[in-house]
Design a protein. Structure first.
Length: 369
């Protein structure tokens, strides 16, 4: 028994060292979140143990789990060790009250051990893919960078989870247009800038991202070769292989800015719309016609979950808020899982989301007709 206990202690110590390097810019994941005692219960959601520096991973897992919980299923297994372990994590998070205090379990089948094994295998994948360098993006980007790497290593999420962008160049002489696709670099979250003073909602940030830009750029016309001014406009475009709109879209608000030679976190309130309207373009093919673009206006997506980051550009803590199937708010803060029904506490949650909201998961409200 002493040997087993010593072995587990050693494994967790090694794991802590490995994830300290992984989370150098993610802060200490300390209990920076404090508020009055909230009405709580152990929901369908299993709390996730914090190994000292893993709040960014725990919050990301709950962001994704909020979608799989409503589907009533875990993601499809990919046949990889890490993919199978993540599948088990998502499945075990649907456990009931008996597993809620999983940190007390000593069995190798306990959730805490499963989470430990998953983190250990993730670090193995970091080394295998040549990513021994820790997540060194800005502090607030730690969870988003982890989300991207998790997707790349496990291939759990199909292409339909993401959306692609293309940029359209409009020439001043004849309004002709040329299209240049954007590289996605495997990123799962769509970045939205919020630095403009007029942006106070996520929908406005989205519209700003798709605006037409007249920035005085010059380019040679593709047909005449004449140098003339151009403007550009971005579009969200669906891959022709997709039979429907993406079931899930994740947005990231760029709260990190560079100012006077330093990096700071932008102190700005942004309200997430419960419903978002997204215009999409689809490349349609026909045996009789050349490929052409069909535009679908106002596809609606509904807010499901939010990861918030408390702290500065140098460190902080992550947690997740989830709107469940009956539109009640849940707090998922490492091992703490709380259901909130009190009006004053719901208002406090909303204020926290407005000021510190970072990753926003939206699900498709209506399928493609």
């Amino acid at each position: 028994m002493k040997f087993i206990q010593a072995k587990n202690t050693l494994r967790l110590s090694v794991l802590l060292i490995l994830f300290t390097s992984l989370a150098l810019t993610s802060g200490a994941c300390g209990r920076a979140y404090s508020q009055q005692e909230l009405p709580s219960y152990w929901s369908q959601g299993l709390g996730t143990h914090n190994f000292g520096v893993t709040c960014f991973a725990n919050a990301t897992h709950k962001l994704l789990w909020s979608y799989f919980r409503d589907l009533g299923t875990a993601p499809s297994s990919t046949g990889t060790i890490l993919g199978n372990q993540f599948n088990q994590l998502m499945s075990r998070m649907n456990s009931g009250l008996s597993d809620a205090h999983h940190e007390r379990q000593s069995s190798n089948h306990g959730f805490k051990d499963l989470l430990s094994d998953f983190f250990e295998e993730f670090r193995n994948q970091e080394a295998l893919h040549g990513s021994w360098a820790p997540i060194t993006f800005h502090v607030q980007d730690g969870a988003e960078d982890y989300l991207t790497r998790l997707n790349n290593y496990t291939l759990l999420f199909p292409q339909s989870f993401g959306i692609q962008k293309r940029e359209e160049f409009i020439y001043s002489s004849d309004h002709s247009r040329t299209v240049t696709p954007y590289a996605t670099n495997g990123e799962l979250a769509l970045s939205l800038n919020i630095h403009d003073a007029g942006i106070t909602t996520l929908q406005q940030a989205l519209d700003y991202d798709l605006r037409q830009i007249n920035d005085g750029r010059m380019s040679n016309h593709p047909l005449t070769g004449v140098l003339e001014s151009i403007s550009s406009q971005s579009h969200y475009i669906l891959d022709r292989a997709l039979s429907s709109f993406p079931p899930v879209i994740i947005f990231k608000l760029n709260r990190i800015i560079h100012q006077a030679g330093t990096t700071i976190k932008l102190p700005k309130d942004v309200t997430p719309n419960l419903l978002l309207n997204l215009p999409f373009e689809r490349i349609e093919t026909s045996p009789l016609l050349a490929d052409h673009i069909v535009r679908h206006e106002d596809t609606q997506y509904e807010l499901k979950s939010i990861v918030v980051h408390h702290g500065s550009a140098r460190g902080g803590h992550y947690l997740t808020y989830i709107r469940n199937s009956v539109e009640e708010w849940e707090i998922h803060n490492d091992t703490e899982v709380q259901l909130v029904r009190d009006v004053s506490n719901i208002q406090r949650i909303q204020e926290d989301i407005h000021s510190s909201g970072y990753l926003f998961l939206y699900t498709l409200r209506a399928p493609l007709p």
